[in-house]
Design a protein. Structure first.
Length: 308
């Protein structure tokens, strides 16, 4: 398999350009089901150790189904599949440009959860117009063993998030073990107490520090790896909450920092104010780190990756 590796704000993406599973034609959500049902070993071979790591998000480049799209992409990680991936889309666009398949300008990418517009800017940064995002539930309280009662919002930004303010320790790399442990326990409690669909937990700097229209986050992904980037879908979910609370107006810029300090800038416009649905835009940068060929040797006992 031919791959291009990149990172977006520190979070890796591995784009499979050639040699991935043949998932046939049809809408991308159907091809995703085929990937899951018949070719899951490829997912593990591409992103898991020994070729990858828990943090790698895979992106399989394929033909689009929607006629107005230029490319199709399916996203996956160490434990399964993602509807959309913001940092991944920025990495894909920069990788396609690196491969000479794109010039600065607009493209449209077909994904299982909808079409995503992206714009490669002359300075190499990428703006993505993510899928419609919204807050599903406000101030959901759950009892978390060892932590007590916590309150947060449930929102969709292309993946499902539970977003919760976190003030007990700075959102910094030196606290990553604690942040991971807390987020994992919160996720289990949220899943058990009414929101089984939530697979990402986003800890946020408290809203009283939002006057500068800037926040820092820690996002725990479904496979227990934390997002090194500010998380494109998580930032979209955050924008939906800020918009619903009136804390960020249409067109205003929001700066989202990751636990590493890497940055996305973001804004939104209303799609349906009464329903609370927004169209988020996220801008970030990515860098290509490798052009590689993945070798799959059937004699290798870990040919299909180390799976937990
Ligand atoms: O950027 O949307 C994102 C994302 C999801 C999981 C990891 N990154």
């Amino acid at each position: 398999m031919r791959v291009l590796d990149s990172h977006t704000g520190g979070e890796p993406t591995r784009l499979v350009m050639k040699g991935g599973p043949d998932l046939g034609d049809g809408p991308l959500d159907q091809r995703l089901q085929r990937f899951k049902g018949s070719f899951d070993a490829f997912r593990s071979a591409i992103v898991n150790e020994p070729r990858g790591s828990d943090t790698v998000v895979g992106a399989l480049l394929c033909k689009p189904h929607r006629e107005d799209c230029d490319f199709g992409v399916l996203y996956f990680n160490n434990v399964g599949y993602l509807g959309m991936c913001g940092h991944g889309t920025i990495g894909v666009v920069v990788s396609l440009a690196h491969a000479g398949m794109l010039k600065p300008g607009e493209i449209k990418i077909d994904t299982p959860v909808g079409a995503v517009h992206a714009r490669l800017l002359a300075d190499g940064s990428v703006t993505i117009a993510n899928v419609p995002s919204f807050r599903k539930a406000r101030a959901v309280s759950v009892d978390v063993p060892g932590l007590g009662r916590v309150t947060g919002d449930v929102a969709w930004g292309g993946n499902w998030f539970y977003l919760m303010e976190w003030a007990s320790a700075p959102i910094e790399l030196r606290h990553v073990e604690q942040l991971t442990d807390v987020s994992w326990r919160v996720r289990q409690a949220v899943n058990a107490q009414g929101f089984p669909e939530v697979d990402h937990v986003e800890l946020m700097t408290p809203s009283h520090s939002h006057s500068e229209k800037r926040g820092r986050n820690f996002v725990l992904c479904p496979g227990r790896a934390y997002d090194r980037s500010p998380c494109g879908t998580g930032t979209s979910a955050k924008l939906a909450c800020l918009a619903a609370d009136g804390h960020l107006q249409e067109g205003e810029e929001w700066t989202q920092e990751s636990v590493l300090g890497s940055v996305f800038t973001a804004s939104y416009r209303w799609l349906d104010r009464a329903a609370g649905t927004i169209a988020p835009e996220i801008t970030g940068t990515a860098f290509v780190t490798a052009e590689a060929k993945l070798l799959l040797d059937p004699a290798d006992p870990f040919c299909w990756g180390i799976r937990s």
